[in-house]
Design a protein around this ligand. Structure first.
Ligand code: C5P
Length: 328
């Protein structure tokens, strides 16, 4: 095994790259401030992303010319991952191939650890992973800005999956500013039975706003802004301070659609978590812990509580999409 010079590696040349594996992280939103519903169906966000060390591994290998792309998947709950052209990883392959005038003849295999439809950007991670893996496999050396542009066209969370670390997402979440983080945070993620649809959770958020009488449109809801105290807590690497400022405007909508999430959140708090919140659009629940020992205790208690299907510990920030292996 060796790492080729990707400037010359082409799948049709002797010594061509035959397989590339990329590791991609999950994310948790330590702040998700949701503005009003825009005319295009999206919501403006102040979205503070933190990448965490729960990973999918995406491997691409060439298929026969003109066979086109296909995807397979291994890991928990993969029966809920679409294996047709609607899979976001295949859409990423198609987009990169189109940009370079290449036939997208690859097999994409996704080894999943990120919860499926769990609010941790698993599908977005797979798209970012497939994009980077194909860029190495095909030797196309796409400039970073262009890769980010393709990511933004695929979905609001995909650019962050590529860059990782911590970042503020504005617009619909795709306009990123990297954030400084002064330490490692210890998390526990409680995986729910089943998933939640992101558009359904945003719709429920709008419905609850209408019910409250505040209105759900851009003119009705204040412009979402990042919390200075939360950004300071990230910069300081201070878990107690971060715990005091975690927030997710989608949480009440996710709990409204899946009320049992309240039991999961309560079980983690009873086990000593500093704070609990729904991750993104859910239904995964995220618990911030003081240190690695406390995180492990919270995970054990959550598993025993019967309020979730699985509980994983992970630290953040974690690096973005990373090439682990390129075989020639
Ligand atoms: O961008 P992405 O494909 O991940 O978005 C999925 C859905 O989530 C959108 O179609 C929209 O319903 C909702 N969404 C939103 N506002 C955002 C991001 C997503 O309403 N900023």
């Amino acid at each position: 095994m060796s790492t080729p010079d990707t400037s010359t590696a082409r799948t049709d040349a002797p010594g061509a790259t035959t397989s590339v594996t990329v590791r991609v992280p999950a994310k948790v939103n330590v702040q998700l401030a949701v503005g009003g519903l825009r005319p295009d169906g999206f919501h403006d966000l102040a979205n503070v992303f933190l990448a965490v060390g729960l990973y999918d591994h995406v491997t691409v290998t060439p298929t026969a010319p003109t066979e086109g792309p296909r995807v397979t998947c291994s890991g928990p709950d993969t029966d809920r991952v679409p294996l047709d052209r609607s899979n976001l990883a295949l859409r990423a392959v198609d987009a990169l191939a189109l940009r370079h005038g290449i036939s997208p003849d690859v097999h994409v295999h996704i080894d999943k650890d990120i919860p499926v439809a769990g609010g941790m950007a698993g599908g977005s991670a797979d798209a970012a992973g497939a994009l980077l893996a194909c860029d190495v496999l095909w030797g196309t050396r796409t400039p970073r800005e262009e890769l980010l542009d393709i990511c933004a066209g695929l979905g609001s969370d995909v650019p962050f999956s590529l860059v990782g670390g911590a970042a503020l997402g504005r617009g619909r979440g795709e306009v990123l500013t990297p954030l400084e983080v002064g330490g490692t945070f210890h998390w526990v993620f409680a995986v729910a039975e089943g998933g939640l649809s992101t558009p359904a959770v945003y719709r429920e958020c709008d419905r609850l706003r209408e019910c409250r009488g505040t209105g759900a449109g851009v003119g009705d809801v204040p412009e979402p802004e990042p919390s200075p105290a939360l950004l300071a807590a990230l910069r300081a690497g201070d878990a107690s301070l971060l715990a005091a400022h975690l927030s997710n405007d989608l949480q009440s909508a996710a709990v409204s659609l899946l009320p049992s999430l309240d039991d999961t959140l309560a079980a983690g708090m009873a086990a000593g978590a500093l704070a609990a919140l729904v991750s993104g659009s859910g239904p995964t629940c995220a618990f911030l812990a003081e240190d690695a020992t406390a995180a492990s205790d919270v995970a054990v208690a959550l598993r025993a509580s019967g309020t979730c299907r699985a509980a994983h510990t992970a630290t953040g920030p974690a690096p973005g999409a990373t090439v682990l292996r390129a075989e020639v």
